[in-house]
Write a protein that binds this ligand. Sequence first.
Ligand SMILES: [Zn+2]
Length: 476
Amino acid sequence: MLSLYNTFSKSKEEFKSLNPGKVGMYTCGPTVYGKVHIGNFRAYMLSDITRRYLEYVGYEVRLIKNITDVGHLTDDDVAQGDSGEDKMLKAALKEKKSPEEIARFYEEYFKLAEKELNIIPAHFFPRATAHVPQMIKIVEGLIEKGFAYEKNGNVFFDVTKFEDYGKLSGNTLENLKVGARLEEHPDKKNPWDFALWLKAPENHLMKWPSPWSVGYPGWHIECSAMSTEYLGNTLDIHTGGEDNIFPHHEAEIAQTECYTGKQYARFWLHNRHLLIGGKKMSKSKGNLFTLEDVLEKGFSAMDLRLLFLSSHYRSQMEFSFEALEQAHKNIQKINDFVLNLEAAAARDLVSPSTIDTKSVQEKFEAAMDDDLNTPLALSVFYEFISQCNKLFATNHLDSKSAHDILALWKKTNSVFGLVLSGQAEIPEEIKELMKKREQARHNKDFSTSDEIRALIEKHGFIIEDTANGPIVKIAD
Ligand SMILES: [Zn+2]
């Protein structure tokens, strides 16, 4: 039984989808006016793991991840070419690229990075700029029903009209009076009202006609418009980073529920921040790392993926290159495990099975059922790998067990999503020698094949001939 921690109820709840067997899931996607950093990817990893485990237990999932491409660039930004802190963005502005061109560039960057991290693509990535009519329709509906008001071409949501305002974040109007920073706007009735539509200043580059002004939508309204457009009025799961809880998700609930009269999202999942030296990774603090920074230091995207899996999404995660180094070692350990299994499976060794894969699978599922506890699920495997390694060392793993374990690994790795390098780390020249050796074996020229084997071993590699062909590994 899968239970998920619901930020809305602040408790773990048993997950059941609204429609049997089908899950509608929405994840707040990237703002594409800069490179997505690895802190952002923690949120997309949460969404990926949730989706993968739901599929593992048999649900058909439909995942929507929006692209926030409504940029707030002005003529001045373009003239000065120095909006934001992102070098690429500055360069693009200097080159007089349009907001659309810049957005497409970073959208592509985001999708490539997701691919590297083996995050399964959402079923659809709707762009905010393509859904302005839907947003206008919701805003019109909210004005009609008395939940929103217009002044001087700007439209705001009246938070005092929604009884449940603050239920997700705890920022009820009562509590808000005390703390929290707010955005001032002279046309607001109440300080905590939020913008649904804003009149564009003269130099604003992206703007659309609307019944109220030539302007642009508020940020929150885009997610309400795109989620309901593709998933219906009630979503099973809405995910995002903890910094989205307020005001973004609080506002999404308010405007969507007032518009549809229905519950908006049944489960709210939020990951906690990724920290560097105890501080949140952010542009303003200058402690940002992108996937490229990680790759440049000689790590792989899979090292990073495993690092993400190694801490629970609701715990703060401290990022360091030392921790990444440990993840790298663990990837190698898993890689060796799978290579050893493949060799053992191909070997025809018959002996009474000593491996209980069923209990490993049960422990894995118990960990994942408990609010997607990936670190615990991984530790089940690490323990199992140690157990298997003893059998590999003494050549005692029979081929049926090896087959069973491989099947179990494949199934569970559909959730972990680790792409193992397998033979990828083997240098080209060794691969060439392997080919020549195969040719020699094919020609029954065994003295040549033995010579080549010796040469390969001299380079620090070992060959294992399996029924599926030889595998070559780095010698320990
Ligand atoms: Zn959103």
